[in-house]
Ligand binder design. Structure first.
Ligand code: UD1
Length: 340
């Protein structure tokens, strides 16, 4: 099957391209290289021995989107990752986020609804649940008011898709609500490469241990959790990538119950910040230097997935452990920094 992956050189996108190729699909990548580089394409090439077709396109340029689809009118499916994802930046630049994350979604949908086969996967986030009242979080849990423009783009994106699916009966969409993606490909040829100071926990840990950052600040140890630090559901990016392949095949094989579906993608297990640090130390035999710092504004106390729906209906389950993820994240950091 021929699959368009927008944002295919990003963190989750590149791992998904590898899994799509491994599953025998033909991939075409669109990326604007705003938060990635052509090295990622080389990494994909080395891992899979296939060099996927790549076009550098900024999806905000509508004529270029139309031109791309006029040349690729035989697509069987689309996975739409391309979006901006820095929560703090989205507060400073809301219009940039609404343009990057929503205008582009509209352009992609306008073209998708003209195709013979209209199958689309959307990157959503557990951020839509905010602080859920019950753990683990089921897909039916209410969507809470967004804490940031970034979070709002995921909620509005889902609404745009739901509304569009109501009137375009041939359109089939799955939104995947990711919990916290971490780790890297086992080859260490692709991984997460944040620009500037990492805001997310695992890249900060690996950069701190690599000596690029100072000690890690653990944001708050007085939360109502067993060790006082926040709890998240950390999912290995390779497991997450495989969920996309399974979801796309569900769409392409016409197996959906409704033409708009939503699935959580997590492990179902919550880990605290201190447990993540411990897992890194156990997996790599290295010490993480940290100190307890004040709480970070906007953090929820606890979020982990109920994965029953994705296990039973999607037929997908995470396989890799937190320690696997921490080992691969460190191997990737060593590769990037040329550490032996
Ligand atoms: C964050 C975003 C979320 C987004 C996700 C994408 C916020 C509030 N939320 O999720 O909307 O979908 O990234 O990956 O920004 N921590 C530390 N020290 C650090 C960094 C993090 O203690 O230097 C803690 C945080 O307080 C949190 C946990 O580690 O408890 C995970 O943080 P992070 O990796 O930033 O993910 P989220 O905040 O869950």
């Amino acid at each position: 099957m021929k699959v368009l992956v927008t944002g295919g050189l990003g963190f989750i996108g590149s791992h998904t391209v590898v899994e799509l190729i491994n599953a025998g699909h033909e991939v075409v990548i669109i990326d604007d290289l705003s938060n990635s580089s052509l090295d990622v394409l080389q990494g994909i090439h080395k891992i899979t021995e296939i060099l996927p077709e790549f076009e550098k396109i900024d999806l905000r340029e509508k004529p270029r989107v139309e031109d791309f689809f006029s040349r690729h009118n035989n697509l069987d499916g689309i996975i739409h990752f391309a979006a901006s994802k820095a929560v703090g930046e989205s507060v400073q630049k809301p219009l940039l986020y609404y343009e990057n994350n929503l205008t582009t979604l509209v352009y992609i949908l306008q073209q998708t609804t003209k195709l013979n086969r209209q199958n689309l996967i959307f990157s959503s986030s557990c951020t839509v649940y905010g602080q859920a009242d019950e753990m683990p979080i089921k897909e039916e849990s209410p969507v809470k008011p967004a804490e940031s423009p970034y979070g709002n783009t995921k909620q509005i994106g889902e609404e745009i898709l739901r509304d569009t699916c109501k009137v375009y009966e041939d359109l089939n969409v799955i939104s995947l609500r990711y919990f916290n993606p971490i780790g890297a490909h086992e080859s260490a040829l692709i991984g997460e490469l944040p620009i500037g100071v990492p805001q997310n926990l695992v890249p900060f840990i690996t950069q701190s241990v690599a000596g690029i950052r100072g000690e890690l600040s653990v944001f708050g140890d007085d939360y109502p959790t067993p060790d006082g630090t926040c709890i998240r559901d950390y999912i290995h990016v390779v497991d997450l990538a495989k969920a996309h392949v399974v979801a796309l095949e569900r769409l392409m094989n016409g197996k959906t119950d409704q033409n708009y579906e939503v699935f959580n993608v997590g492990t179902g297990k919550g880990s605290s910040v201190l447990e993540v640090i411990q897992a890194f130390e156990n997996a790599n035999g290295l010490k993480v230097n940290y100190r307890i710092a004040p709480r970070r504004e906007g953090d929820v106390i606890m979020a982990y997935a109920d994965t029953t729906k994705s296990n039973e209906i999607l037929g997908w389950k995470s396989q890799l452990t937190l320690e696997d993820a921490m080992r691969s994240a460190w191997n990737w950091e060593k590769y990037v920094r040329k550490i032996d």
